[in-house]
Design a protein around this ligand. Structure first.
Ligand code: NDP
Length: 291
């Protein structure tokens, strides 16, 4: 079993991006600028946005973090997005999800200028992705592709089972893997909570991408010998042995599943850091697209 080390791979890509930023600046370009919007103070969202802002600093990007009150109404939030769309210094915009229940996520995502949609959630980005056109790929699937490419893992002809069909992970992942291109050409089964006999599907998989949001969901008896397992899940569970009283675990029962895998991602330090890489690469691409 080989561990797919998200921290190591992310460091590699971040270094590459940092070098490219230096070279762009030496050619007279400005720093890539990522603007993040955080509505409310959900602790997980705070942690994710904090990590994104820190990464910007690390790799030479400018960043703006707009903190907005949880009570903000949709119209006001749309105005903030319009201002960032207009701001010529801002190359990429991300709105940290989830948003409070009274705000319609789709209306906010749809308002982002597609040329600044570095999270890759806008319908224009997703439409282009489906058609195989150049676009911003959603950051988590993009990060997973970067990781597979780093390790030279070719999925062509492989049977991939994606568990979970969210708009931000499962669905775009399933489409990307099934495209006829360098990283795709897999045969993909997209599964969800209404799938009958999920275990039978998973047992046929050469590759399982788990994006469910249930701790330890994927058990050893659902995974065939030699499979590749990518664990997208980030779930906080109680752990009295930790100072904080909790810890992060994935959607895969890692200790039981890992021994029978050819490759597996850990949680934390698996897909999480790669998602940030996908976002940073998209932001750099946003700058390059303008040149
Ligand atoms: P969503 O909650 O949006 O979607 C979960 C999906 O899992 C749904 O499609 C749901 O099916 C499916 N599902 C739920 N229960 C079952 C079940 N019993 N059997 C089969 N499928 C099931 O989740 P996200 O995609 O947003 O996130 C998934 C996980 O990944 C979470 O832990 C999240 O924190 C994490 N995450 C991690 C990221 C990273 O960078 N590592 C980035 C984004 C998310 P249905 O559609 O039928 O309801």
């Amino acid at each position: 079993m080989k561990l797919l080390d998200g921290s190591l791979v992310a460091a590699h890509y971040k270094e590459k991006i940092k070098e490219e930023v230096k070279s762009l600046i030496s050619q007279g370009s400005k720093k890539p600028h990522l603007a993040a919007i955080l509505v409310g103070n959900n602790p997980a969202s705070e942690a994710y946005v904090g990590a994104k802002v820190r990464t910007c600093e690390e790799i030479g990007f400018a960043s703006t973090l707009l903190r907005l009150d949880a009570q903000i109404d949709e119209a006001r939030l749309l105005k903030e997005i319009a201002a960032l769309n207009e701001n010529k210094d801002v190359d990429g915009i991300l709105v940290q999800l989830p948003l409070p229940k009274h705000i319609r996520e789709a209306s906010i995502i749809n308002a982002i200028d597609p040329s600044k949609d570095v999270d890759g959630f806008h319908p224009v980005s997703i439409g282009k992705l489906v058609l195989g056109q150049d676009t911003f790929l959603p950051a988590t699937p993009y990060g997973i592709l970067l990781m597979l490419s780093y390790y030279g893992i070719d999925l062509s002809g492989k049977h991939c089972v994606v568990v979970g069909r969210s708009n931000i992970v499962g669905t775009p992942m399933s489409i990307l893997l099934s495209r006829n291109n360098a990283y795709g050409n897999a045969t993909v089964t997209l599964t969800h909570s209404k799938t009958k006999d999920l275990k039978a599907h998973c047992l046929q998989a050469d590759v399982i991408i788990a994006a469910i949001g249930i701790p330890y969901f994927l058990k050893a008896d659902m995974v065939k010998e030699g499979a590749i397992v990518i664990d997208v899940g980030i779930n906080r569970i109680e752990d009295a042995s930790k100072k904080s009283g909790s810890r992060l675990v994935g959607d895969v029962d890692f200790d039981a599943v890992a021994p029978q895998c050819s490759y597996i991602t850990p949680v934390p330090k698996g897909v999480g850091p790669m998602t940030i890489c996908g976002l940073m690469q998209n932001t750099l691409n946003a700058v390059k697209n303008k040149r």
